[in-house]
Design a protein around this ligand. Structure first.
Ligand code: CP3
Length: 346
């Protein structure tokens, strides 16, 4: 039985010294695991998310197999889109589809306010169930999409390469963009607070696609809203993780947007990134997910390189720069956990 304040993941989030470096993975539950694929024979992805018992089962699947230092609740950043009224579908192979995307002022005005307890209560129920199973062993992370990444799905109607419609809304109709972001922020703060009330012990805000922005447009159209999220969540008292990818050249701006922990991908060396971010923040990253397919000796080399660059400084959480890819060998993921836990700083 470990006391909450002694969990190495939470200590590292707070910048405190730990005996070993904590490690967890984004998408640590999912298709690369047989137990997950077996469940997917019987249930759709959305069914797994909306049934607290099944979501609990999936959340727990990787924990003992991998020996990670944190669990993340099984859900999806796009779940709030259903109660907001845009619809949400997952088609095999194509990823998410939003059937009624937000294209004009009328669409934004039509968006429904979300009551997280009522409309997304299944996420809260799953969090409570998972906490019952893992309390005293490892902490649980809750999450949501960041205002930009979530809005980009609402506007584009699915995944996008260029984010043309999203950027055009900023450039052509900034007041419309502001209205959308305001609605999304209100929903997100309520949803994330609900997760903390249910038992989430840290929160990760996924701004997966914000790396498509120029620094000045990030600052003008995105920073105020991301800042608002981090500010309004401060009084929850749980550590807040600011996750993004493709932001190596935006790290100072991303850092100013907020978060106790700044997560970055593999397109920058860890020591260079931490210096830019500042040593007053904790950091998370930064292994390329593709490395997990490589031979073990290559993986070991890369893990050691990251650990050496972190230099034993308190506040490093080992993770990938993005989620675990489909078909990743499970034993390689497990090997990375052991390498990180066994690493000795010189
Ligand atoms: O990390 C975890 O283990 C928790 C679960 C989790 C999922 N999605 C499950 C999932 C988390 C944290 C997410 C976040 C999420 N969802 C993000 C941000 C993180 C990132 O990857 O950038 C985004 C952009 C989404 C939206 C989303 N959901 C996409 C683009 C897809 C399709 C991805 C693909 O590879 O097909 C999903 C579906 C999804 N979310 C799956 C899982 C396990 C696969 C669904 C399946 O089983 O077919």
């Amino acid at each position: 039985m470990i006391e909450d304040k002694e969990f190495i993941f939470l200590k590292a989030c707070r910048g405190e010294t730990t005996d070993v470096t904590p490690i967890w993975f984004m998408r640590q539950a999912g298709r690369y695991m047989k137990a997950y694929r077996d469940l997917k024979e019987k249930y759709t992805f959305l069914e797994l998310c909306k049934n607290p018992e099944l979501a609990t089962e999936v959340t727990l699947q990787p924990l003992d197999v991998l020996g990670v230092d944190a669990a993340i609740i099984f859900a999806d950043i796009l779940l709030p889109l259903e109660p907001m009224g845009t619809g949400l579908e997952f088609t095999a192979g194509d990823g998410p589809v939003i059937p009624r995307p937000v294209k004009n002022l009328k669409d934004i005005e039509k968006l429904r306010p979300v009551n997280a307890e009522e409309d997304l209560g299944f996420v809260g129920d799953a969090i409570r169930e998972v906490r019952k199973e893992i309390s005293g062993k490892i902490p649980l992370i809750g999450f949501a999409g960041a205002p930009f990444t979530l809005s980009s799905y609402m506007i584009e109607g699915g995944k996008s390469r260029d984010f043309t419609d999203t950027k055009l809304m900023m450039f052509e109709a900034p007041e419309m963009w502001g209205l959308l972001m305001d609605k999304v922020c209100t929903m997100l703060v309520d949803y994330l607070k609900m997760q903390v009330n249910a038992g989430a012990q840290a929160l990760q805000i996924f701004d997966s696609w914000v790396g498509c922005m120029s620094p000045q447009d990030y600052e003008k159209y995105i920073m105020p809203y991301t800042q608002r999220i981090f500010l309004e969540l401060k009084d929850t008292g749980v550590p807040l993780i600011n996750f993004s990818t493709g932001t190596s050249t935006l790290l100072d701006t991303v850092t100013r947007a907020g978060g106790d922990v700044i997560s970055f991908d593999w397109r920058i060396n860890l020591d260079t990134a931490w210096e830019k971010i500042g040593y007053d923040r904790s950091i998370q990253g930064n292994l390329d997910p593709t490395i997990l397919f490589a031979p073990i000796h290559v993986i070991r080399e890369r893990v050691k390189d990251i650990m050496r660059r972190a230099g034993g400084r308190p506040g490093h959480i080992f993770n990938l720069g993005h989620g675990i890819l489909q078909h990743t060998p499970v034993d390689h993921v497990k090997a990375v956990v052991d390498m990180v836990h066994e690493y000795k700083h010189e």
